[in-house]
Each structure stands twice: as C-alpha cells, then as structure tokens.
Design a protein around this ligand. Sequence first.
Ligand code: AMP
Length: 396
Amino acid sequence: MIRSIEQINVHNRRILTRVDFNVPQDESGKITDDTRIRASIPTIKSIIDRGGIAVLMSHLGRPKGKVNPKYTLAPVAQALAELLGSTVHFASDCIGPNASSIVDQAKGGDVVLLENLRFHDGEEANDAAFVDALAQLGDAYCNDAFGTAHRAHASTEGVAHRFSDACAGLLLLREVEYLGTALANPKRPLVAVLGGSKISGKIDVITALMSKCDTILVGGGMMFTFYRAQGLEVGSSLVEADKIDLARALLEKADEMNVSLILPTDALVAREFSNDAQHHVSPVDEIAEGWMGLDIGPASIDTFTSVIQNAGTVVWNGPMGVFEFSNFAHGTRAIAEAMASATSTGAITIIGGGDSAAAISQFGLASNVTHVSTGGGASLEFLEGKTLPGVAALDR
Ligand code: AMP
C-alpha cells in the first residue's frame, strides 16, 4: 500500500521530500517555465500548513557528480519563495554540515531547499553512504517527483528504504492513479494515439498497449516505417530501415490480437525539413521521390478525430507531425482538440508526457484533458507496465 502525504503525521517533523525542480532556464539562468515548481506546491503546503518542516531535494540538469554553478538550485529557491509568499531556506550543499545546520534550525511550517543532488555522484549511483547522509536530514520521506521515479537513484529509491514513514506526494499519487488505475480498468473503448519520430524507444509501449487497447492510432515519423513494412514507397520521409521487420511483426500481432491498428491514409509532404518548405497533401501510397511526410493529412485527421471522440479512454504519446513547425502542426493540434472535446463528453484523456505534453500546452488545452503526465520516460515505462523503482520503494 502506498500512503499519501496527507496520511502522515508531519507536525514538527522533518519531511525529506523529493521534488522535481528540473526547470528549463535561459542562458542567464532565468527560469523560463515554472510549471514544475508550481506543481509541487500542493504537497509542500500539505506539509507546512500542518506544522511540518518541508526539506526539499531535487536535481537540476546533468552536472555529472560535480559542483557546477550553472546548475545551482538557488534561483529555484527564490522562485519558490515568491510562489509560496514565505521564506525558503537554501542549503548550499544537499548533505553535510551546512545542510544539517539549516535543517536543525528550521521550525514547523518552514521550507528548506537543498542544493542540487547531482552535484554528488552518489545520487545517480544510489550510493549507500550518500543515502545515509540524506536520510539524516529527515524524520519521514515523501516522493513527489514522478519524472524521475523510473530511476533507482539515492533520493528516489535508496533513501525511501531508510524510513518507516515513506509516502507519495499529491502529484505522484495523481500520476499513479491516472496512468495506473485508468489503464488497469479502463472505460472502453480504450484508444492509444502514438506518434513521435521513431518506433525505437517505443517498441515496448506499443507491445504493452496492444494487449490492453481496442484501437491504436499511429502517426508521426514512425508511421513511415510501418508503410515500408507494407511495401509502400515513402519518398525521403523518416524511415528506420532496421525496424521495418519489427513494424511488420507489430502489424501482424495487432491482427492476431484483434486490435485495430490504424495508420493515416494521407500525409502532408514537403520538399525539405523546414517550416517554409513547399508542401501538399498526398495519399500515403503516392508519396513521390524527393518528398517527405511531415504531418498527417486531413482525411487521417478526420478518421483519428472520430475514433477519439467515440473513445471511453484515450492515452496519447508522441506528436502526429513536426509540430514545432506551424505549417506541420495541424495533425497534432487536431488530436489535442479531439482529446479536449472527448473529455467534455465524459472520456478519460491522458497525455503521456514529453512532446505531447509540450504540444497540448502550446495549444492552450492542457486544462481541457483529464491528466497531463509530468514524466516523459517515467510515464512511458508506467504505460509499459513496468514497476517504477521510486514508486515501488514507497510500498509499505
Ligand atoms: P519522440 O521524441 O520520438 O517522441 O519524437 C518527437 C519528435 O518527433 C518531435 O520533435 C517531432 O518534430 C518529430 N516528428 C514527428 N513527426 C515527424 C515526421 N513525420 N518526420 C520527422 N520528425 C517527426
């Protein structure tokens, strides 16, 4: 059983809390998107409003086990203080005397942020001595960082085992509930929408979803490898030559399992990989040499939209085209709109992180779907049915 932070007695106790403050920054270190900081606030408030001490720890970027001022969490401490409207005590190291003294001086209701965990190589190595040093800073443990829950690092996995009171934060619980429960017992028909550049990296999720879904819609660059598997020519579209056999096997498997795997019937093809490239709609079996598919076409948009609107549950991972180019964002936008519309008529709609999450916020529709996962890799692994070490370590 995994307990929620709300079930833990926090009063005057130090709650060592793993959050995801891995925020994007510009050259000058300015935070360009504070979504992740905002997302952690309900859990932090649950601790401090009940008189607990929130001892927060996170990674930022990839400093590779060395102190690097470029990756300091100091700007995050400031942003968090502004969002909370209260002081955030910042420790210049995540372990050792400075961290201990700041945590020791904290009183119920205080917030402490420890410096970047990845300034120590013990974090990613899940090193026992580093785990010990972190564990000294808390009386109970809470994990609210879903984005790193698929990694067995010191702060996500090792340290959880040092506390009898280990629990999930509200953000992590929401992820587990939507990605887990909704798929374990879905409202049917269950539809998966898969896109993105490549099949590789998504093989396991396609296979896992095949045993659960009624329909799988495939778009994005990966569709062209499926066409090659069907013997079609695809011009200069993205193809993973070494995955053609695998694509064929996936198509056969879908047939065997009675899953309807639907590929687009038309594509928006361009002369070159750029937003301004000359382009037109082409049936997929007529893509001429020298043209590359960068989006799904209007007939496919209609088909996909209607499948989504008739679904009970929809899970989406991966854009339908090169949505970073406005001229090739139509398919991805249409999926986002169809998901929003399906949600309004009672469907459960889940965005599985990464680029699809970026796309849905770009279109201003993030609050019109049931759940947008905060974890890219973690949400894919969860959908594959894998046990996430950071979640498993909370089970008591
Ligand atoms: P992934 O990281 O595999 O989920 O892929 C996401 C990327 O796929 C996005 O940056 C899209 O621009 C890219 N993408 C989607 N459709 C295509 C396409 N038809 N050709 C090339 N890249 C694509």
